[in-house]
Design a binder for this molecule. Structure first.
Ligand SMILES: Nc1ncnc2c1ncn2[C@@H]1O[C@H](COP(=O)(O)OP(=O)(O)OP(=O)(O)O)[C@@H](O)[C@H]1O
Length: 240
């Protein structure tokens, strides 16, 4: 079994007439957290969407767990074990928390053991289990969206800005839950603007600029080098 679960080689993708991904080369190690970092608008979300198949790569190869998935449908990628937590959360407001979870389980059943693990990671979901998801707070919705990705065992989680707009206390809950997911052996590719969160969770980092990966290495190396952070990501990431 290769140590790398996902590889992107020269991946290019367009949104309408715009050439957004301009040749992304990325290797995501198995059983670790890789942070995908970079300034606003450089193509991080587009990279996740292209890996999931919501956008079609017009050039390049996406390899997952030893297979070429470049031409596979999104549903096939999900069946192979890729879970995606989009930034806009992708939850159903009119359904209860429980119904949202059951729908997320491919088998249509949520195992009790898995449900208990999710309750342990996100206690508010137990409290609001029978409430409509639309009535949850922003942080609780974010928890539900990550919990939905955990409804089945995934080989790889793609998670887009899970702490965006959350209060500091909720950010710690989110970090603890993501750490638990990581400790369970999951491979995670995580887009994050909060550098403290990136530092706390990341094993590896890849930095994007203008539709390409411009740096990759150990998260600790980037975290310890303020000059490198400034050069790669600008002052906006500093001190966060
Ligand atoms: N539907 C769209 N139509 C046109 N351009 C788009 C569309 N969606 C994204 N873009 C553009 O594609 C580029 C990459 O966007 P993307 O969302 O991938 O960036 P990002 O790195 O995730 O940024 P952020 O950190 O701000 O979320 C941006 O310039 C954005 O304006």
């Amino acid at each position: 079994m290769s140590d790398t679960i996902l590889t992107l080689t020269g991946v290019q993708a367009d949104i309408a007439q715009y050439h957004i991904l301009q040749g992304v080369d990325l290797a995501v190690p198995r059983g670790a957290v890789t942070m995908l970092l970079g300034r606003n608008g450089v193509g991080k979300t587009t990279t996740l969407r292209t890996i999931m198949g919501h956008l079609v790569a017009r050039q390049g190869v996406i390899g997952f767990d030893g297979m070429d998935i470049t031409a596979r449908a999104t549903s096939a990628r999900a069946r192979l074990g890729i879970g995606y937590v989009p930034e806009n959360m992708g939850i159903f407001s009119d359904l209860t928390v429980e119904e949202n979870m059951v729908l997320a389980a491919v088998s249509g059943r949520l195992l009790a053991e898995r449900r208990d693990r999710i309750f342990a990671a996100f206690p508010p979901l137990r409290t609001f289990w029978t409430s409509d998801a639309g009535t949850l707070s922003g942080g609780q919705k974010q928890m539900l969206s990550i919990a939905r990705a955990m409804a089945e065992d995934r080989k790889l989680y793609l998670i887009d800005e899970p702490t965006k707009g959350l209060a500091p206390a909720i950010i710690s809950t989110m970090v603890a839950a993501l750490r638990e997911l990581k400790d369970g052996g999951a491979s995670i590719l995580l887009v994050e603007q909060n550098f403290a969160v990136a530092r706390a969770l990341g094993d590896h980092a890849a930095v994007m600029d203008d539709g390409r990966i411009v740096w990759s290495g150990e998260m600790s190396e980037l975290a310890d080098d303020a000059g490198l952070q400034e050069r790669l990501m600008g002052l906006s990431m500093e001190g966060k």
